[in-house]
Design a protein around this ligand. Sequence first.
Ligand SMILES: Nc1ncnc2c1ncn2[C@@H]1O[C@H](COP(=O)(O)OP(=O)(O)O)[C@@H](O)[C@H]1O
Ligand SMILES: [Mg+2]
Length: 341
Amino acid sequence: MTKLRVLALVHRHLIPPATVDEGTDVTSAPWRTEYDVISTLTAMGHEVRPLGVHDDLGEIRRLADEWKPHIAFNLLEGFDDVTIFDQNVVSHLELLKLPYTGCNPRGLLMARDKSLSKKLLAYHRIAVPEFEVCRIGRPIRRHKRLTFPLIVKSLTQEASIGISQASVVDTDEKLNERVTFIHESIGTAAIVEQYIEGRELYVGVIGNQVLQALPVWELFFTNMPEGSKRIATDRVKWSVKYQKKYGIDSGPAVELADGQAEKIQHLCKRAYRGLELSGYARIDLRLDEGGNAWVLEANPNPQIAKGEDFAASAEKVGLSYEGVLQRIINLGLRWQPESFA
Ligand SMILES: Nc1ncnc2c1ncn2[C@@H]1O[C@H](COP(=O)(O)OP(=O)(O)O)[C@@H](O)[C@H]1O
Ligand SMILES: [Mg+2]
């Protein structure tokens, strides 16, 4: 294996320690992914330099000139605390002609906007929930094709920010309240979607032109209180205490009909292509009672901590964590912006 100089771009507050004491629980550290990626690549023999990025692109340019990394491992999810600026940083890497891991800027932009991405997916005949966008400062009116229950989300925020049980609404009054909440508390436009009752599935996809879909993963809600919606709220995703209390866990999807896993994987590859993604991504879906799969969103550059959904589903088909990281690097090295656009 060629030893590479890897510039690991991480958020300034998530620079991991170079080493941790034995017995440290890395899985609960905020810099877990950064630590896993950097320590694993180093153990594999690569020379890795973490660079904490906040609001300054100059350091990236300086290191690119002086140290001449082969590739930037992009673990940034925004710039200067603005999540939608993730694509701008990647555009900057392209201007520097520095290869990078993960998704290209156009794919990031198209997947980020939950309305734009649904329009593109619908063009490709991929089932997505009906929706409507409510912009800040515009009157909130429900189109008659949207019937309750509906779910209200931020148009562009990720990681279930702003999603709680109250996001699912069944009256116009609650709809208005929740849209206003997104506008005022999250500070972005809102998207109102048809609520799809059903199971929650995730599929990792890796590749540029030739794609591999990883096994279908499921989020299980084994112990949710009666009447609550089985959705990935903020607390479901991030509170270990809540996860324990309500039996929330993920793993290979169970009891899918014959051939259904393959169909879903194929659908996810089509979604990935439709949104012009590259590198690696995770597609979020709902499976309704009739066995229909609905694509909720695509997440380019998803969470790749060791043992988390993406890495765990790769492991299931014999792709080790080291193998995943090396594959992501190789895809980045091969990606040529101008030949794809
Ligand atoms: N239309 C929908 N129908 C049912 N559940 C939904 C719908 N949209 C979102 N959800 C629930 O909310 C979660 C977060 O929504 P998602 O669009 O994936 O946003 P995020 O970018 O925050 O992950 C989903 O994983 C799902 O559980
Ligand atoms: Mg999601």
